[in-house]
Design a binder for this molecule. Sequence first.
Ligand SMILES: [Zn+2]
Length: 224
Amino acid sequence: MADINHIGFIRHPRARRYVIRVADDGTVRVTIPRWGSKREAAAFAEQERGWIEKQQRRAERDSHRSTPPAFPPEVERELRDLAKRELPARLLGLAAAHGLKVARVSIRNQRWRWGSCSRKGHICLNWRLVQMPDSVRDYVMIHELMHLKRMDHSPKFWKLVAQACPDFASARAWLRGDGPSTYQRLTTSEGGGESGTVAGAGSFAAAGAAVSSRAIGAVNARPT
Ligand SMILES: [Zn+2]
């Protein structure tokens, strides 16, 4: 798949390292630093062939995802009103069921998160949850509620989630897979973060960044 003959090589006077970028359309470009050579750049690309192919497969996969339906403004407004009426009540109901106290609930138009929970007990929920299957919406709420007990994503945290929401794995899988794109291509990062955010992982980078890159050559090298 990675056609090494079709890689673009670009010499960049300010580049301090070799960088391979795979764009969302699968095209590959290698930046050559001032001190570098095309031969070395090609060798680097060859060495990273596996990674390049993986990124191209990812790009191919992502391109098959359905694009989010853009709601007409009046429909979106109605959905957001519905979210404001229904989501806080559901969250507070779940909180009560688990003996938890929520300081504040906000319904937001978050671009990359389904929900968040601050150390002060302020839970923000994405209005788009109102369109999600009930089990997925509840999982997101329970995830945030359990952050009232633990602000991390440690095994102990996941144990709390599992106790409160035994079927949470399928909800997570739905969020990580093609499920959300049926509604809105929206994912969230997972794995730490001060205020803890709800699952999604993986495609965050794919959706948020136009390229994947890999670098070599000392200073500042930070493969992503
Ligand atoms: Zn979290």
